[in-house]
Every structure is written in C-alpha cells, then in structure tokens.
Design a protein around this ligand. Structure first.
Ligand SMILES: Nc1ncnc2c1ncn2[C@@H]1O[C@H](COP(=O)(O)OP(=O)(O)OP(=O)(O)O)[C@@H](O)[C@H]1O
Length: 474
C-alpha cells in the first residue's frame, strides 16, 4: 500500500483528501505546516507528498529541497490556486512531479497521483538497454509521443534537430519551463545512431547538493555515511547512449568540474572510487537562462560552456507560437479521453480564442493540465468556457485592466472623447466587483459556495455576477 503525506493548512482539505485517498486504498498521514512535514519525514518514509503551494510557514518551493534530500524517491504533487500557477510550474524544476489546481477534483487527483507514483517507481527499476527511460529526479509523466508543431518556429526547431541528430555534437536547448525541451532532446537521441541505446533524463534542479555527485557519477560502497552499496551513476547508465541534463545551471561548481572531465576526457570516477571508467555518452543540456550570462556572472564555468556550446536550439514559449496551441490542445484532449475513458470531441470556438490568447507561463505542461481538467469536467461533446479555470477564462479582462492602468491617460482621453461616461461607470462598477469577487474566490480556494459566504451573497447571485463578467467581455 502506498503511503501519502498530505501537507495543507486547510483543515477541510486535509480531512477531505484523507477520507478520499483512504477510500482509494492509500495509507495517508496529514500535517498542516512545512515544519511539521519535515519533522514527520525524519521518522517516516512517504511514497508521495501532496503539498499545498502556500503553507502557513513556507511555500512548496522552500519545502521541496528538504523532501528531495530526505526522500529522493518520493513523488511530489503541488496543489495550487491559479494565481500561483507560475510559481507551481517553477516547483516542477525543483523536482515536483506535477501540480493540480484548485478547486480539487477527485478524479483528477487520483489520475495525477497514479501517474506520479508510476514515474517515481520507474526510476527504481533497472534501466533497460535501448528503451528510453528516466532516472531519479525525473519529472512529469512518461508519454513518448512526439508532435511536430504547426508553427514556423517549430519547423525551424525540427530542421535543427534533423541537422544535429546524426552528429556527436553536444547540444544546448534553451527554453522556458514546460516548453518541450526534454521531448526535443529525446527526438535528437531517437534520430541519432544511438537510438537503440539508453536515453537518460536528469533534472539537475532536483538534485540536492550532497547527492548530485553520486547521482551523476555513482559511488562506491562506504564512500560516505549511508552508502551501503555501490551505486551506478546516471552517466555510466547512459554509456553508449545519451544523457539529458535539464536545468544544468543548478549544478554546483565542483560537479561542473567533474563534468568537464567527462566532456574532455570521456572518463568518470565514482564518488569514493580510485579508478577511472571510460564512457561514451552524448550530452544534451537544457537551461532556462542563457549559459553565457550565467558564466559571466560566475555561476557557470566558462570552459564548460564553450565545450557544450557546439550547437544550440531555442524553443520559443508557447505564447509566441500560437499556431501550435490548438494542435497540442487537441492532442492532449485525445490523450485524456483515452486516460479517462471519455469521448469529448473538441472545443467551442470561444475556447479556442481564449486558449490562443492566454499567456501560458507553464507552456505545454500548463496547457496539458488545463485540457486534462477541462476534459474531466466536460459533460457535453465540446469543451466550453465553463470548464476552464476562472483566471484563464477571464484573462483578457484582466489584461484590459492592466492595459488601462498602464496607459491610463490615453484610455481616459479616449473615453472622454467618446463621451461615454455611462459606459465608463458601468465598466468601473464591474471592475470593482470583479476584483472583490476574484479576491474572495482566491481566499476560498476557488470554492464558490465558500466565496459566496465570504461575500455574504447566495451562491446564485455569485454565479450570476460571474456570468455577467463573461457577458461584459463579449
Ligand atoms: N512536441 C511534443 N509532442 C508531444 N508532447 C509534448 C511535446 N512537447 C512537449 N510535450 C509535452 O509537454 C510537457 C512538457 O514538456 P517537457 O517536459 O519536454 O518540457 P521541458 O521544457 O523539458 O520542461 P522543464 O524544463 O520544466 O522540465 C510534457 O508532458 C510533454 O510530454
């Protein structure tokens, strides 16, 4: 039976999740703060930690390194409100497997937990030669399908992939979190002569300082306290194949020195070992920030940068390649249909508009999560606006507000010029109400009944107001 630790300061959510997960045959424990979670983890071993992003004493970003250090094999899922999605996406870089947004839906939580546990257990299994696999610190869930985007930018990426794949060049892939760097790295591997050899993906952001060396290079028995047996490192496991090092900028300077040796001499030495081991591994690395900038700031070794910089690929954020959005949305819809045994056929035209104009801070990973949830919530044959998170459905409204305040003189002059004071008053009232309601919804964890109670209105009034915002948008 898998053991799940729930960390949330909301008593109701803890009780609800405990009851629901126990009913689904998980052993659960729950605590309310980051500090109590750390204390609990000193004496207990969770298979999975389900953790609210905003705890009373810290955020998941602060808690995650402790989880990774104490229990590197535990899967982590972060619960977040939409206003924190950008941060939640960052948490993935620190080694969380996935995030779910509030309000929570039982089926979604269950699917996410099963996938995270499947990935977490995968990395304890031996690596099968020739089969692309992931190692400790792997993130997201495995699906090996690769979609060639519709946008011109994706066309350029594919040309670069085809060009560099057959060579032995090191490659740097730049791009925001969730933009598809790892799948592109895997494509390079699959199109290379190493295709039938291992592909190992490591998230360097998820490696603790202490364990990074032994994770990458392996260790000998007795190399340090706790090294009870010899461990083969990821580089050795990837021998003859390809290793993908994501968020390379997070590796400490010492590890960078050892890595330079791998690149220059094609040799590694296990932690605590006395002899060198020859390895033949192709290295593909990824970073969110320009490595040259990191090198200039003294955070990344310049010699290592020059060694890696044989070829680089830029993956633009999803918001800059709008033509890819609906292609991926349909693909994720089909994936979810299969996963949840549903038969949702597509999207209402209005939804297409919203999806194409949203900012997608978490890029494809965020789009995938949003489509997964929308498919789950859809009762009809098409996904409608109601199945989208409130913040996404109303994003263009919020943009309008930002724009108006950023450029208030122009907006005011225009409004005065048109003489539409009545329109302005209506807009101002709706804006004010919108902000109060949004605040209440956030406070209530997007639970509409709770938000209605906070606002001292009945549920129906709240629904009508929310509907009015939507109508005002059109
Ligand atoms: N071309 C593609 N075809 C199919 N799925 C894709 C494609 N690109 C990305 N995805 C999906 O989008 C999600 C994010 O992709 P990926 O993990 O490669 O991003 P990343 O840039 O490596 O993110 P991070 O830096 O945060 O680890 C994954 O679930 C992946 O399966």
């Amino acid at each position: 039976m898998y053991r799940i630790l729930i960390v949330d300061d909301d008593n109701d959510i803890r009780t609800l999740l405990t009851r629901f997960l126990s009913k689904n045959n998980y052993e659960t424990d729950n605590v309310r703060s980051g500090a109590t979670a750390i204390a609990w983890m000193r004496d207990n071993t969770p298979d999975l930690v389900l953790c609210d992003f905003r705890l009373e004493d810290m955020t998941a970003t602060e808690l995650l390194p402790s989880i990774r250090e104490m229990h590197p094999n535990a899967a982590v899922i972060v619960i977040t409100g939409y206003s924190d999605v950008k941060d939640a996406v960052e948490v993935i870089k620190l080694g969380a497997h996935d995030y779910v947004t509030k309000p929570l839906f039982p089926d979604e939580i269950l699917v996410t937990i099963r996938q995270a546990l499947a990935v977490a257990n995968n990395h304890t299994e031996p690596v099968t030669e020739g089969k692309p696999t992931r190692q400790a610190a792997a993130k997201g869930f495995i699906d090996n399908a690769f979609l060639t985007g519709n946008s011109a930018q994706f066309g350029t990426i594919m040309k670069q992939v085809d060009l560099v794949a057959p060579t032995n060049f090191s490659v740097i892939i730049y791009g925001e979190s969730g933009s598809g760097k790892e799948v592109i790295a895997r494509q390079i591997h699959l199109k290379s002569t190493r295709a039938d050899k291992p592909f190992i993906a490591i998230d360097c952001g998820a490696l603790s300082r202490e364990l990074a060396g032994s994770e990458l290079f392996g260790h000998e028995k007795g190399a340090f306290t706790g090294a009870i047996a010899r461990k083969t490192g990821s580089l050795e496991l990837a021998d003859t194949g390809t290793i993908f090092l994501d968020e390379i900028g997070n590796l400490s300077y010492d590890i960078q020195v050892s890595l330079l040796r791998v690149v220059q001499e094609r040799k590694i030495r296990r932690v605590g070992g006395t002899k060198d081991i020859d390895i033949d591994v192709r290295i593909i690395i990824a970073s969110n920030e320009r490595l040259w900038d990191l090198a200039r700031a003294g955070k990344f070794r310049e010699d290592l940068y020059h060694r890696f910089n044989e070829f680089s690929i830029d993956v633009p954020p999803l918001r800059d390649r709008k033509k890819d959005i609906m292609l991926f949305a349909h693909y994720f819809l089909q994936l979810t249909n299969t996963e949840l045994c549903k038969d949702v056929q597509g999207f209402e035209p209005e939804v297409k508009d919203i999806l194409e104009n949203y900012v997608w801070y978490g890029n494809l990973r965020e789009l995938k999560n949003v489509i997964k949830r929308a498919t789950l919530l859809s009762e009809g044959s098409l996904i409608g606006v109601r199945s989208l998170p409130f913040e996404i459905a109303n994003y263009s409204r919020l943009q309008f507000d930002h724009q108006a305040s950023a450029d208030s003189t122009v907006a005011q002059e225009r409004a005065l010029g048109s003489g539409s004071f009545a329109g302005k008053l209506k807009a101002a009232n709706i804006d004010a109400e919108y902000n109060v309601i949004l605040e209440a919804l956030k406070k209530a964890g997007y639970n509409k009944s709770k938000a209605a109670r906070l606002l001292n209105v009945d549920r129906k009034t709240l629904y009508n107001k929310m509907k009015q915002f939507k109508e005002f948008d059109q």
